[in-house]
Ligand binder design. Sequence first.
Ligand code: PLP
Length: 391
Amino acid sequence: MAMISEHPSLSARTLLDRRATGIEPFLERYTANFAFYGSGKAALYDGLAGLVTPGENVLVPAYLPDAVVEPFRDLGLEPRYYRVRETLAPDRADLAERLDDETAAVVTVDYFGFPQPELEAVASLLADRDCYHVDDNAHAPLSVDDGTLLGTRGHLGVTSLRKLLPIPDGAVLYCNDDSVAARLEPLSFAGVRDRFGVDDCRYVLESLAGDLLGTNATVRRAVERLVAERAVSVPDPKARYEAAKTPMSRLSAAVVAAADPTAIRRARRTNYLAWRRCFDSRSGVEAYHETLPEGICPQVFPLRTGSPQRLVAALERCGVAAHTWPRLAATVRDDPAYAVARRLARETVVLPVHQGVDPIAIEAVDDRLRRRATTASRSAPRRSVPRERRR
Ligand SMILES: Cc1ncc(COP(=O)(O)O)c(C=O)c1O
């Protein structure tokens, strides 16, 4: 059974593709003003550092991973979560209510590589205000909507390269406005490290080990058992942010320079459409997007289902690394005002579409899921027959 891993893995081919142009010339086709960082969070910190004053607030959607607000806290800003709608559009009335004279910035998110729905509503709300708009396109560095690179709307934007490529770190800050660019104060974690380091070697080794795990089921099961026994915990959001305050590594820069944007986007779109066909006629699941517009380079195939755990487990049995997204901030998890974001986080399952996935493997998963569904429906007890008569 072919494994469909969560992320693409690093191989010699990644670095030796002669047709590849690299990511930088691709970005340059759309914007001149950008800089590399180790993480999207570090880029958000630097992008806003010269523009805001401690004590101000920043508005972010409630449907957001917990660590994303850490750079704002680090800048002395109060993060305020605004409600979102089922469509992932901002709840305009809630956003308007939370905005005040101390609001330094409003963040919108291009979820899963698709443009933020109803962005115009936010733009019109901010039109007469002295407030920055941040276009968070962490999910999909190569997504272009109607000729505009996602992340380059608003005053500043970010994208996270490690969500696209097999790299240990990497992100881009876009300064979409001349006055923002002029006030940028790049800190020690801007740019690219000047040499290869121990972390680069560790990443290469982990990547090779990951490949081995993918191809050898016995080793994989042994490691999974060990990991489960040791119950590895994810560091808290602040610790993850502190660890992410770095420049981009040399290894990441080398992979970024050797990547082929056209081939990557084509592969991700093909895999996205293969998952779409797989789930099109299945009941109880709903794709987020009806179409895949030209230029979009999806991060994942996101869907919603009332039984996420069952779906994740069924996919896991087929070798697919799917999971719910995201882990919300505690403030959002504990507050009934964010019912929609909480429901979205519970019901959203994301499936890998990366360039390392073979669409034939997706078709094989489709077949297996269908066969299982048929077997399950054949062996299920027929409800109309009373229990005692079935013996
Ligand atoms: C919407 C969003 N914004 C920002 C980030 C931060 O990006 P990075 O992990 O590169 O710091 C993430 C990371 O998951 C994200 O999902």
